[in-house]
Design a binder for this molecule. Sequence first.
Ligand code: UDP
Length: 240
Amino acid sequence: MTARPAYRRILLKLSGEALMGQLGFGIDPQVVGFLAREIKAVVDAGVEVALVVGGGNIFRGEGLAKAGIDRVTGDHMGMLATVMNALALQDAMERIGLKVRVQSALRINEVCEDYIRRKAVRHLEKGRVVVFSAGTGNPFFTTDSAAALRAVEIEADLILKATKVDGIYTADPKKHADARRYDQLTYDQALDQRLGVMDQTAMVLCRDHNMRLCVYDMDRPGALQAIVQGDDSIGTRVHV
Ligand code: UDP
């Protein structure tokens, strides 16, 4: 018999780059399929799962602005890119039997639902995975900030930030062999030391609303499930 999960409701933040695998651009169906299976294991264990997905595998407002596009227009393009990623995730999760609803912070009703907090919570209570797309709906923000915002709004117990490394390090472990992984940190430490966990807006929101965060290696099979079952040895925990 599996133990009772340690968390009732989680919010998983997937960057756009997480979906791209080795491709360098766009969406790798193999990676999306893997993520869908990892999520299903957690849903099957009785945990309510919300997702926030980024768009950096397609467009980022900042990059587009550097190429000469108006920044606000670029941010709109970036937010629409997150909707495409959300649809890919919805498709992969539905194919393995999960019930999924995509909600968008920008109105795009032919494609998905609008973001309505009470509706999102109802979906979660019914065991549906809710994918929050289009970030916060505002330019000059990031999907990390959207993750922090939505997690606070839906009263998630934990934000999980899926990354390519197994936590937060004192320095970039790919460049510095002596870099050390933190087991845990406070938001103030992460902010003071400017550790590249999430952008500062997201971290301040998490700190001010006592939201817990776990940064973990998304490529490690079973990691997500182990974390929700209460294994504290995986990843780095950030707390107030
Ligand atoms: N974006 C935005 N407002 C938001 C969230 C995202 O304007 O609330 C835009 C912004 O241009 C950003 C892009 O969408 O660069 C993709 O999001 P993000 O860079 O956070 O994606 P990730 O790095 O997670 O793939």
